[in-house]
Structure formats: C-alpha cells, structure tokens
Ligand binder design. Sequence first.
Ligand code: GDP
Length: 526
Amino acid sequence: MSTADQVAKRRTFAIISHPDAGKTTLTEKLLLFGGAIQLAGTVKGRKAARHATSDWMAMEQQRGISVTTSVMQFPYAERIMNLLDTPGHEDFSEDTYRTLTAVDSALMVIDAARGVEPRTIKLMEVTRLRTTPICTFINKLDRDGRPPLELLDEIEDILKIRCAPITWPIGMGRQFRGVYHLLEDKVHLYHGEDNEAGGKEETIAGLDDPRLAEIAGQDLDTLREEVELVQAAGHGFDLDEYRAGRLTPVFFGSAINNFGLQSLLDAFVEWAPPPQPREAQSRAVEPGEDKLAGFVFKIQANMDPQHRDRIAFLRLCSGRYTKGMKMRHLRAGKEIRVNDAITFMANRRGAAEDAWAGDIIGIHNHGTIAIGDCFSEGEDLRFSGIPNFAPELFQRVVLRDPLKAKALNKGVDQLCEEGATQVFRPLHNNDVILGAVGVLQFDVVAERLRTEYGVSATFEAIDVYTARWIYADDERELKRFADRNTPGVARDHGGALVYLAASRVKLDLTQERWPDIRFESVREQY
Ligand code: GDP
C-alpha cells in the first residue's frame, strides 16, 4: 500500500469531556465496535484504580498499563483509528492539553442532563489553539435530560461553535424511542439495554412510516416540529465548515446502551480529517512525504523507575517508521537507531514494525528526550504548536535538607523537560515555584523527587493566581516592567520572563497599566 493510502486511512483523535459525561464508556464501546477486544478490563480497571492518589501512584508503578492505554490503535471500517487518551479526572494535567496538540480532530461528549460543563469549556479552548475539528455526541438520552434544542443553544452560546444536528432524539428517559437521522431520513429504534455492541440498529424509513406513529405516539408531533425547526433554522452540515472548526455535527444516543454510536462512528470516519500537514519553523511538512518527521508530545515514566526509563510519545507527521531505522534527535544533534519502538494496539503492546503519519510510536528514553523535541531523517525541522499552558496551581518548594538544593534544581529541571511540572524562579530570591494545572501533578513531582533524585521536599501554598509570559517589542520596556514589579517577575525553565499575578484583579490592573507589554497565557516550547 502506498504512503498516501496509508495516510488516508488514518484518523488520529481524542475524546474530550467533563468527568462523568461518558468518555470511558464511549472509549470502551469504540474499541468493541472496532473489534479490539480485551478492553472491559483495560479501561475500566484503570479508572477504578485512579480514584485515590495512592492507588494512582501504585498503578503508575506498574507502569506498563498506563502507557498502553494512553494511545489506542484499532481498526474500524477499513480505517486505522489512533485514539489518544486525555485523562479527565484527578490525574488531569498538562498532558491532557498537550495531547490535544497531537490529534487531527476530537470527539466531544456532553451529558444530556448537564450540558456544557467547565472542563469541556477549557478543553475546547485548547483545541482552538490549532483549528481542531470537533464532532459532538450528546450522551445519556436513556435518562431524563434537558431539551435537545436548549442543549444545542448552550453549545453554540458557550463554546462558540455552530451545531449541525445529524441525528435527533425521539423522547428521552423512559420515553426514549430512538433517533431520527436527518441525512438518511431514517429512524433508528432504541430497544433499551439489549443493543449489542457493533450490532446493526433496527431502522424504519422516514417520518411517515405508520410504525413510527405507533411507537412514538404523541412524541411524533414534537419530533416533527423539532425536525422542521432545525431544518429550517438550524445549520446544515458542511464538511469545510466542520474541518475549519466552525461547525460541529451533533449526534444523540446512549453510550452505555450502544445506541447512536453506529451513526456517530460511520460519519466520524468519513468526515474526520486524515493526518494533516504540520507547520515547522522552516516549512509545512506534508504527511505523504517520504522522509520521517515527528515531535514528542508526552513523556511517561515506564517500567523501571530506577533506570529512569521513560517512553517518549512521538507523533509521526510524515514518512514511515521501520524497525531498526536511524533517525536524528534534532535538539541533541544526535543520530539514534530505533530498534524497539512501541506501537499501541488497543489490545496488545507490541514492537512496532512500521508506522506512518498520524501514528504514535513510543521510544525508550533515558532522560535525554524532552517534550517538544523533534525527530527527522536529517532535515532541521522544528514543529511549532507544542505549547506550555499557564498553570492554574502554584506551590513553593520547601527543602527538608538545604544541602540538597543542587539535586532539587536538577530534578525539577528534568521533570520540566518531561512536562511533569513547570518551574518558575523569581528574579528577586532563590525560591523554586512549581506550577501545574492538576493538583495530582504536585504529588507525582514530590514522589519522583524523592525516589529518583533523593530529594525530600514539601510544598507550600503561595499567593499566585496565574502566570503570564511577558513580551514587549522594546526590550527596555520589558526591563522597566521587571524592575517595577520585581516580586512578581520570574524566569521559567527556558529563561523566558513570566509575570506571576496574585489575583485576577491585580492581573487586569497591571495589564491596563502596561499597555506595551503583551501578557500571554500560552507559550510555545523552545
Ligand atoms: P467519564 O468520566 O467521562 O469517563 O465517564 P464514564 O464513562 O465513566 O461514565 C460516567 C458514568 O455515567 C458511569 O457510571 C457510566 O456507567 C454512566 N454512563 C455512561 N454512559 C451512559 C449512558 O448512556 N446512560 C446512562 N444512564 N449512564 C451512562
């Protein structure tokens, strides 16, 4: 098969949702539908294990599991799907954000009773950094939820994306009868819990089938009215608008009952974009090019923490990986031969024989690879768009043994390169401030500092609300700003200047007072 055909088959995506909307359930069902078995254990087991921090840490130590479930490759309808997991619960971290920079599209799950929730909003913001097409699944129609029209309004209002309903629910909760497929003009009937995963849903033709009147009863009038309304006033589906991230096709169903997923998946594999060109600093890299190129978006501790063996997740942007090939680690300026890259099949972890653009391969790494690093077959390519996000939580490191300052700094720098945390060093003192977007990140850092660097440290709360990277066209202005705001100005791991604001109000005031300074909440990797 040609490289172009290999690329065209691939769909690399993530599922985004607020916790409890049904991401895990949907993931399982997708794997079932794709025929990648052995999963009830995988996904569920992992979830059960992450309820308590200590459990999560213990599980991290059986590292293999979490590595394999971070990326799941499975076949579906002659396509190769690469599903990248974005942790949504307590272990929510910057990994989640960065993973979204490595996908070509996303599936958004919304709980029909809860509508748009805070984490959904945050994740949508991140997908907007690159125009990531979004497909929407409104879940849990088997329970009473909010009126579908109201849900669409809310998505349009809050998430600022137009909705094009593809299926429309008939009743909900105990009265849930099925969905009407607007493009096919067919009704898919809901039979409760006995829908078989991957089994065909029973359909009847059109809205005028007498059977529908029997089944839907008085809900049929509501259905007719709503369908008329969305067809007249709503947005029709438009592939270009979807691919440009301005419109989302919307499907209704019940993940746990395997209902509505067939329509979702069938459309998703058709419409979701195959691997897209990627911007590097010098040029755009096309997925169909012969030579391999890719970037690291995640680093995860692996089997043996004693040996600092970690897996770097490399998203291929072009070319082909073959076992034993040589590639160049551009930041280190070194050529490496890769014999033992890992691919991530949903049901097994195996040695990668070959991989193409859109695929993720795992490379063993002994601390030399950092997030954002690029690999190629020689050309100096630096992919942009692997960002640092302003942390939302800040803690000051308190060393138990002051003589360990050097080890602390080394450990913290290394953990920064892996993306486990962000470090800020104030200009006016020797504090070490760590930033994170998920509280669990601090626990992981403390644990790893202890076990891997022999540093016993605790963290204490500090008065920082958020961080902004600061830039100015005139360097002197930046210096003036730093001088006047010393207590709040720090350097990050890469030496860039950061303003640490004590409160939202303080940030607003400072921004007003310094109009020539740009305050950025996202910064690209070095
Ligand atoms: P996640 O936190 O987004 O991964 O959500 P889960 O997939 O774990 O689902 C959260 C809860 O909602 C679980 O108890 C699921 O069994 C339940 N759930 C998921 N899908 C459905 C559905 O279609 N209907 C109903 N009633 N419950 C569901």
